[in-house]
Structures are given as C-alpha cells and as structure tokens.
Design a protein around this ligand. Structure first.
Ligand code: C2E
Ligand code: CA
Ligand code: CA
Length: 576
C-alpha cells in the first residue's frame, strides 16, 4: 500500500480550498492555512509533516512570494516541494515563483488531472532528492564534507579493485596534540583547523588521479594513493607545507603513518590498523613525521597493550623505582648532582628500561601519574639525605609535556617540596625542548612561575627540536642540556663537534650553563673540556645507578674532599 502523504493547502479563498480538497482528499490527508504566515506556523510545529504545499500567490498578511522567500531561509524545508497556483496566463508570476524556489505551478481554474499529476511528480522528485540527501549524509562527514570512515573504506576498496597493478599506499594522518588546540583555543578554532586540513587533504587527493580521501574520526584523515616513493613524499610534503602556512600562533605537527599496500587480499580496515601502528611510530620522532609500516609493529603493539594492562598495578605495587645518573663537573672530575630516571622492576620480565614503557605512558596519559611518583620519590630521597646531615647535590627530575598542561602544576610542585621541606633549588626540572615549541607563550608563563617558585629549569634534549638558537633569548630556562648523540653523530663527528662548539659559545653569550649528556668516551670528554664545557653526564662517567650505589659514590666524594664541604651544585643561571 502506498504511503498516505499530507498536503498543506495555502489559500485565503474558501472556495479554492474546497475545490482543491475535493480533488485531492481521496489520495492525501489535507491541512489548510489562510496565508503564508499561518503556513509557516504549521510547518514549524513539524518540519517533516508535509509532503508538498499547494500555494496561492495573492493573499493577505503574507503572500505567496513572501512565503517562498521565508521558506528558503530554512534549510530543513528545502526538500518540501511547492506547487504554486496561478491565474491562467500569468506568465510573470509563474516565472517569479519558480525563481523564488517553487517546484512547479498549476493554472486556475483547476484541472483535476493536471493537479494530481503535477503533485505526484513533484512529490516523487522530492523523495528522490531526499534519498540522495540521505545517501550523501550517510557517506560524508558533516563538518568537512569528506567521505566518512565507512564510505572511505568503500572508495578505497573500489580504487584497489579498479587498478589491480598500481603501487597503492594508504596514508593515515593526524595532528599531534590536536585536543590541546581545542582546549586552548576553543572548539570553533578546532573546527576551523579541521576544515583547513580537510581542504589540504582533498587538494592533495585531487592532484593524483585514481585516489581517494576521507575523514576517519576526530583529527584523523586518510588518503589512498596509487603511488609510493618520491611521488608519495611529494604529496605528503605538499600537505605539510599547506598546514605549516595555516597558523602563526601555534605549531601544527602532522604525523603520517603509511602502509605500502602489497597484500590486496587484506581488508581495508586491517590495512588502516597497520597505517595506525606506523603513525604511532612517527610521533616518536622529532623531525621525521612520516613512518612506514613494518610487520614488527604488530608485535610492538602487543607489547604496548601489555604495558597498558599492567601499569596501574605496577605503580600500586611499587614496581617503578628510581635510578640516579650522576652529573659531573669535568674540571675536577667530581659528581655534582644527578638525574632521576625511572626503571620498572617487573616481577617476571626483570628490569625494564624506560624506552620500552615511557612512550606508551606518554600516549595514554599515565605518564603524569608516574612523574608525580618520581618527583615524590626524589623528595623522599633528598629529605633522607638532609636528615642525615649532608647537604645533598641537586637532583633533576623529568617533566613530561603532559604535566605542563596541568593548570595546578606549580601549586602541586610547591606543595610537594613543602611537604618534605625541601629547598626547591635542590629539585631541578628537566623539560624537553619540543614541549616549549608546542606552545611557546603558554610554556613561557608556566616556566616563569616555576622559576619564581625557586625551581631550576633545564631544557632537556636541546637542539633536538625546532628552536633556533635565537629563540633562546626568549626562553626563560636556567641550564641547557644537550645530547652528544644529537650533536655528534658518529658519521660526521667533526661536524658535530663544530656545531657543539658553536652552541656552547652561544650559550655562553647568553650566560646559560650547559650540561652535555650521552658522553661515552674519553675523547669526547677531552673535547668538551677543551672547548670549555663544564658539566657532563654519560656512561663514560657513570651509568644510571641504583640509589644505594649513588649514595656510596657521594660518600666517597665527601671523604675525598679534604675540607669536607658539600659538593658544588650545578649553578643557577640567575646568579650570573
Ligand atoms: P632523557 O631524559 O634524555 O635521559 C637520558 C637518557 O640517556 C637516559 O636513558 C640515560 O640512561 C641515557 N644515557 C645516559 N648516559 C648515556 C650515554 O653515555 N650513552 C647513551 N647512549 N645513553 C646514555 P633512560 O634512563 O633509558 O631514559 C630514557 C628516557 O626516558 C629519558 O631520556 C626520558 O625521556 C625518559 N624518562 C626516564 N625516566 C623518566 C621519568 O621519570 N619521567 C619521564 N617523563 N620520562 C622519563
Ligand atoms: Ca632528562
Ligand atoms: Ca635528555
């Protein structure tokens, strides 16, 4: 049985309404209105109630033209067809109504057959339009208009089937710390950025025939492209350039995970999982934001899952422990402080280094709890040393970028050192350079407050991220920490040395002390000494030590120093 539609008849003349009702009442349910305003009021109650409207043109209060204009401002009425009833041979008003959005017209006096036929036609047309709209909505992302997840996988399947021999790649892209952009600048800005990214992705796909693109969820976009190698790199570089040009006040860091499609029998969803595993890898690299899937990643994924399953219990059971790696003053070869580094004493797997689990915890957010634990353990140690009558050397702790987004960070840090009655200068804070670059203004504010509270700030991994040496003048840190490995890769030691030398000179000009970490060889130590670097850390001096070993080392030092004075701690740049 055919569905019974409801019509809205709009006319101020009773006689016209009666005639129309008589023609249509067998096939339709009927509602009536005396002018445009009444009609709009009825539609507002239930926008989807009417299958079509038959509209008189000349009416009091609101005529047919004004009604059509008002209707056009409501997108939800777009699909309700309007049949305008005009006096015969009134070509002008017919044309005017059609331009205003009427779908068709019927001349008065009414011919029953014509009225019924034209109504049936426009209703059928509107149903088709509705169907098209439904299909569109179900396949496209409402914000960006790109294909949504399901539709993208279908389009991808179609591309792969159509071109069985082309070297396709699946690219997954997202933005590092996108949720922060929403938090800091509001969802409206977040949406604007997503629209921009969608534009960049769409443009890239349009440049490559037989490709497709879509938005999978949130800030995750995908491209399926019939290329690999340099051609693919060019496409990704173009997207990177486009995104880099978007905002001047924050840094957009796209991360790409790429699967070179070799096994065509794989489900598209499974291919997507591979690209996702690859993209996680790209997040761990400073400069290289493109990572290609390799099968070992599946194994790693499994290991990550293990870490995530066990971390809560491990923290509760005290499986995370503090190791201390001494820092040395290379002028007299004496230890002058330490860095607290976490280790996981796993009941079955033994001692696990942080490289295995810290990146996982950074991704799932647990790192903030582990860091808080490490800071407290460090306070406990410092308290113990103070109680035993020695003036301890400062110990630095690592502060993750996630910690910096805690609005209570400064208060929490202060509460902690107060609880254990530790001078803040004894607890130094290592912040990785790339965290500064995420959002320099905000970091500036947090760092200033931490310094005002008495903490000493070290910029960890300096030179690894994006800051130019010039930017140093604006960054309020006390000490720069550089990694020998970043600066002197074994391939070109000489060049690394000259970079290190230049950086040291620059730091000197800015009155910033430097500590070089990762010093493994005597020659490196000699070189550092020769260029006037004062502080170093690395296996050449000592690996990270269990706390008891560190305590022994410091005791020996005390015995050695004839005056029995406490060690010379790492300086505080503000004293310069
Ligand atoms: P990092 O902060 O840059 O720490 C220095 C790393 O270099 C340490 O690795 C240290 O053991 C290692 N290292 C020291 N001397 C040498 C050397 O001569 N040669 C080489 N090749 N490496 C050396 P570790 O302990 O494995 O820690 C790795 C990273 O894990 C740390 O890098 C840090 O980013 C993170 N991490 C460690 N503990 C914590 C923590 O409590 N909280 C947070 N958020 N991250 C931590
Ligand atoms: Ca560190
Ligand atoms: Ca470091």
């Amino acid at each position: 049985m055919r569905q019974r539609y409801t019509l809205l008849l709009v006319d101020d003349q009773d006689v016209n309404l009666t005639i129309l009702e008589a023609i249509l009442k067998d096939s339709y349910d009927i509602a009536t209105a005396r002018n445009g305003q009444e009609a709009l009021a009825l539609m507002a109650v239930s926008p989807t109630r009417f299958a079509a409207i038959v509209l008189d043109v000349i009416m009091p209060v609101m005529d047919g033209y004004a009604f059509l204009q008002a209707k056009a401002t409501h997108p939800e009425y777009q699909n309700i067809p309007v049949l305008v009833a005009t006096a015969a041979q009134d070509a002008d008003s017919e044309e005017r109504c059609l331009t205003l959005g009427a779908w068709d017209y019927i001349p008065k006096p009414y011919q029953p057959r014509t009225v019924r036929l034209r109504l049936t036609n426009i209703i059928a047309r509107s149903q088709e339009g509705l169907l098209e709209q439904l299909v569109y909505v179900s396949e496209h992302d409402h914000l960006t208009g790109l294909l949504n997840r399901a539709a993208f996988f279908q389009a991808m399947g179609a591309c792969l089937r159509a071109m069985p021999d082309a070297p396709y790649s699946l690219v997954r892209m997202d933005i590092s710390r996108f949720s922060l952009i929403n938090t800091l600048y509001g969802t409206e800005e977040g949406d604007r950025l997503l629209l921009h990214i969608a534009g960049a992705v769409r443009h890239a796909a349009e440049e490559v025939p037989d490709s497709c693109c879509g938005r999978i969820e949130a800030d995750v976009f995908c491209l399926c492209l019939p290329c690999a190698g340099p051609e693919l790199k060019r496409t990704l570089s173009a997207i990177q350039r486009d995104l880099a040009a978007y905002a001047s006040h924050y840094y957009i860091e796209p991360c790409f995970g790429v699967l070179r499609i070799t096994d065509r029998a794989m489900e598209c969803e499974a291919m997507y999982r591979c690209a996702t595993l690859a993209s996680r890898q790209s997040k761990n690299h400073y400069q290289n934001h493109v990572a290609y899937f390799v099968p070992e990643m599946t194994v790693r994924d499994h290991q990550e899952q293990l870490v995530a399953n066990e971390m809560e219990q491990a923290l509760e059971d005290g499986q995370f422990i503090v190791y201390l790696q001494p820092k040395y003053d290379i002028r007299d070869g004496q230890p002058c402080g330490a860095e607290a580094l976490v280790r996981w004493q796993h009941p079955e797997r033994g001692l696990i280094p942080p490289d295995v689990f810290v990146p996982v915890l950074e991704r799932n957010g647990f790192i903030t709890r582990l860091d808080a634990f490490m800071w407290e353990q460090t306070c406990i140690l410092l308290r113990r040393w103070l109680d035993s009558g020695v003036t301890p050397c400062p110990v630095s702790v690592n502060v993750s970028r996630q910690d910096l987004y805690d609005p209570h960070l400064v208060r929490r840090m202060l509460a902690l050192v107060r609880r254990y009655d530790i001078p803040p200068a004894l607890m130094q804070l290592e912040l990785t350079e790339s965290a500064y670059m995420d959002n320099p203004q905000r970091m500036h504010a947090v760092v200033m407050r931490l310094r005002r509270a008495g903490f000493t700030l070290l910029m960890d991994d300096f030179g690894s991220a994006y800051s130019s040496l010039n930017a140093l003048q604006d960054i309020p840190v006390d000490i720069l920490k550089m990694d020998m490995h970043f600066l002197a890769p074994s391939r070109n030691e000489e060049r690394g040395h000259s970079i290190l030398y230049a950086m040291l000179r620059m730091a000197e000009a800015l009155n910033l002390p430097v500590i070089v970490e990762g010093v493994e060889k005597r020659a490196q130590c000699e070189f550092l000494r020769s260029i006037g670097c004062r502080y170093a850390q690395g296996y050449y001096f000592s690996a990270p030590l269990p706390v008891v070993d560190y305590e022994m080392l410091m005791e020996q030092k005390q015995h050695r120093s004839s005056s029995a004075k406490s060690c010379v701690p790492l300086p505080d740049a503000r004293a310069h």
